[in-house]
Design a protein around this ligand. Structure first.
Ligand code: NAP
Length: 331
């Protein structure tokens, strides 16, 4: 039987308008592969960068796909697949390159290793919104940062998907989340989301304000998605012998090396977790326990239908969001 999928592809780099929904024929399932009917797709900033040609690797054109996380239901399993069967509810997280394996589609073939079981209590929208954000926050703050109860933790781009996951995770650990956001427009929302303190970056003297909050010491861990020229000022918020974890470059301009030593600067990538089975097992146990306890709960900013993918990407780039943008798929 021939199976077709609706897939989001782009044939040139550019703005959201380059995204097209096209019908493609799926190849037969290979060994170790699973066909998933996608019900929801979690959007990440990295995908807007990839579409625009400013990510750390370039799309293969024409016909590049997009996307790394989704949720849905298993439709068919290939040979040599164990542990999943048709009808299983799953989340999908892909570490494959996006041009050929992107998940913006209504049906995908993925390696079984990309699947995580989705409990009945986790609907598709939640299941598509949680893994990239919490794995990133967990990996940086628990595995690398070893955040302890009482630690002050500065979180920039606090209203981003990862930023909100980090606020919840820092609270879960009994530490103190200090949210940094560009202006005070989202301050009330960030306090409601669990930030102990919210600092608007455009009000200046970030280091002075963080030192005042932390009893003059500075933050033991700073978790930064922004980079750019402000990195050296941000580094001044780090306590002596503390840790500056940089995991994104929302500001694409060059970032100076911080000179307030001794601090450690760590360039974090979530692959550190997803490529290591032992770390991944620990991460899953931590995140699933937090979801059950209700201390970790994905914040969904807004949903769009797949047909409105261009609009969804415009919203992704607007920086007006607080939390995750999810695309739902009608079948
Ligand atoms: N290394 C990894 O493994 C990894 C994993 C996941 C994500 N990331 C990276 O983490 C970053 C966040 O990803 P996401 O998907 O969570 O983002 P997102 O939800 O799209 O984040 C949007 C928010 O980022 C802030 N922001 C945007 N542009 C900014 C700028 N030029 N300067 C300062 N703040 C800016 C704004 O927050 P405010 O309104 O609060 O200022 C905006 O609402 C991206 O750079 C992404 O590539 C890295």
């Amino acid at each position: 039987m021939t199976i077709h999928a609706r897939v989001v592809r782009f044939h040139e780099i550019g703005g959201p308008d380059v995204l097209k929904i096209e019908e493609v024929r799926l190849d037969p399932l290979g060994p170790g592969e699973v066909r998933v009917r996608i019900d929801a797709i979690g959007l990440n900033r990295a995908e807007a960068l990839f579409r625009a040609g400013t990510y750390y690797y370039q799309p293969t054109l024409p016909g590049s796909r997009l996307g790394v996380e989704a949720a849905g239901t298993v439709e068919e399993v290939g040979r040599e697949v164990a542990g999943f069967a048709p009808g299983d509810a799953v989340s999908v997280i892909s570490d494959q390159e996006m041009s050929h394996h992107g998940l913006y589609a209504d049906r995908v073939h993925v390696p079984a290793q990309s699947l995580l079981p989705r409990p009945a209590t986790v609907d598709a929208i939640t299941g598509a919104a949680l893994w990239t954000t919490y794995l990133t926050a967990y990996g940086a703050l628990v595995e690398v940062g070893r955040v302890n109860p009482g630690d002050g933790v500065v979180i920039t781009a606090a209203s981003s998907g990862v930023g909100l996951a980090a606020i919840q995770l820092v609270n879960h650990l009994g530490a103190v989340p200090i949210a940094v956001t560009r202006t005070d427009a989202k301050s009330a929302r960030l306090l409601r989301a669990g930030a102990a303190h919210v600092l608007a970056a455009n009000q200046g003297d970030l280091a002075g304000r963080v030192h005042a909050i932390t009893g003059g010491q500075g933050a033991r861990v700073v978790f930064d998605a922004v980079g750019g020229p402000a990195l050296s000022d941000l580094a001044q918020t780090v306590a002596a012998d503390g840790l500056l974890i940089v995991y994104g470059w929302l500001d694409p301009r060059p970032a100076p090396l911080p000179m307030n030593w001794p601090i450690t600067v760590h360039g974090f990538n979530v692959d550190l977790i997803t490529s290591d089975p032992a770390r991944m097992t620990r991460a899953r146990a931590f995140i699933e326990a937090g979801l059950r306890a209700g201390t970790l709960k994905p914040v969904i900013d807004r949903t769009f239908e797949l047909a409105n993918i261009v609009e969804a990407h415009r919203h992704l780039e607007s920086n007006a969001q607080t939390g995750k943008i999810v695309v739902t798929v009608q079948h």
